[in-house]
Design a protein around this ligand. Structure first.
Ligand SMILES: *[C@@H]1O[C@H](CO)[C@@H](O)[C@H](O)[C@H]1NC(C)=O
Ligand SMILES: *[C@@H]1O[C@H](CO)[C@@H](O)[C@H](O)[C@H]1NC(C)=O
Ligand SMILES: *[C@@H]1O[C@H](CO)[C@@H](O)[C@H](O)[C@H]1NC(C)=O
Ligand SMILES: *[C@@H]1O[C@H](CO)[C@@H](O)[C@H](O)[C@H]1NC(C)=O
Ligand SMILES: *[C@@H]1O[C@H](CO)[C@@H](O)[C@H](O)[C@H]1NC(C)=O
Ligand SMILES: *[C@@H]1O[C@H](CO)[C@@H](O)[C@H](O)[C@H]1NC(C)=O
Length: 220
């Protein structure tokens, strides 16, 4: 039974990988630039692009359109660091209020309660350890990569698509990873699927249960 279950889940992962690879096969990226002028709704008199609507896209599942909320490293008034995550919404309950976002000072930012330093516009990055370049903020001083987030357009079968997508180092595909802890409840963190993001234990491109998608940026 155990073996069958393992086999089935591996087969499912293989199938979903095959699908995501073929779906993305003809997508190439076009960098829009590294400053806020490359974000939708840029105001050149203030140097700010915002408010921004930053949402999950093209997962082929129920989470398309979900926006991000902070998951602090410590539960309440956490401050220091954390991830920007999406949370499943139980049937009949309201979605959590998404964090306001903008681009200022050349950086994507979320308006967060950072504990003792107060509520402020906090820079967002994709950082962590190799294989875990996670969408978040104030991440501890871990080994590279530590990516500055930029916007890209997608070129599908040679056609430039109108929307802007969040990414870094010419990559806009993110993996969404399910977590469920007693203290935090259920959430998905997003990691950039870059050249060294294979699961360190299995060598597979995706973690168990992980699904892929884009993060679309539009003017709110
Ligand atoms: C802002 O954009 C307008 C219209 O595109 C342009 O005329 C103006 O020179 C720009 N101002 C700055 C400070 O770049
Ligand atoms: C959510 O609840 C409504 C009514 O309360 C029901 O009709 C619907 O099927 C439920 N959806 C899911 C996904 O459970
Ligand atoms: C703007 O960003 C630079 C470098 O990223 C930083 O040194 C500076 O403090 C930032 N300015 C503000 C007002 O946040
Ligand atoms: C990819 O795009 C090329 C044209 O740019 C087209 O000929 C080819 O059929 C496409 N492949 C897939 C798998 O869609
Ligand atoms: C991203 O792609 C552009 C061309 O579209 C290229 O000039 C640039 O060097 C690439 N950057 C990285 C980090 O690969
Ligand atoms: C999440 O974890 C809690 C306990 O930590 C458990 O009661 C709950 O069933 C879990 N939810 C899912 C969907 O597995």
């Amino acid at each position: 039974m155990g073996n069958l279950r393992t086999y089935l889940s591996e087969a499912l992962v293989a199938i979903s990988l095959a699908c995501s690879i073929s779906a993305a096969a003809n997508v190439t990226v076009l960098p829009l630039g590294s400053g806020c002028a490359s974000f939708p709704g840029y105001d050149n008199t203030t140097g700010i692009a915002g408010p921004l609507h930053v949402a999950v896209d093209s997962t082929g599942g129920e989470f398309d359109g979900f926006q991000f909320v902070p998951q602090f490293s410590t539960a309440v008034g956490g401050g220091a660091w954390g991830f920007m995550v999406i949370r499943p919404v139980a049937n009949g309950t309201a979605a959590p209020e998404p964090s306001p976002m903008q681009c200022a000072n050349d950086t994507l930012q979320a308006y967060l309660d950072m504990g003792f330093v107060g509520v402020r516009w906090q820079n967002l990055i994709a950082a962590g350890t190799p294989a875990e370049s996670v969408f978040g903020f104030g991440l501890p001083d871990l080994p590279d990569p530590n990516y500055h987030l930029e916007t890209y357009q997608h070129v599908v079968d040679g056609e430039i698509q109108p929307d802007a997508y969040l990414g870094a180092v010419n990559i806009t595909t993110w993996g969404f990873n399910y977590q469920n802890f007693t203290e935090t409840g259920e959430y998905y963190f997003a990691r950039l699927l870059d050249h060294n993001s294979n699961n360190l234990a299995t060598g597979e491109p995706l973690n168990p249960g992980e699904f892929t998608g884009y993060i679309k940026v539009t003017a709110a």
